[in-house]
Design a protein around this ligand. Sequence first.
Ligand SMILES: [Zn+2]
Length: 69
Amino acid sequence: MQLKKQCHQCQTEMIPDCRVTIEGGMYGIKISRKGGGLFRRASAKPKAAVCPECGYIALYLDNPSEFIR
Ligand SMILES: [Zn+2]
């Protein structure tokens, strides 16, 4: 389930689920956070949402709750 994302600039509904990659390579970027123990580590590949109106992009994660703690 996914909430609709609105553009922060012009409030147009954004297009979600776009892939984030670095130009020139096959790698995307990754967001991670070190936790307390060995297995307490959250990491995620962000997705991007694009505003078709003004071109604003927003990065977001599908499971941000993994980052709690
Ligand atoms: Zn916009």
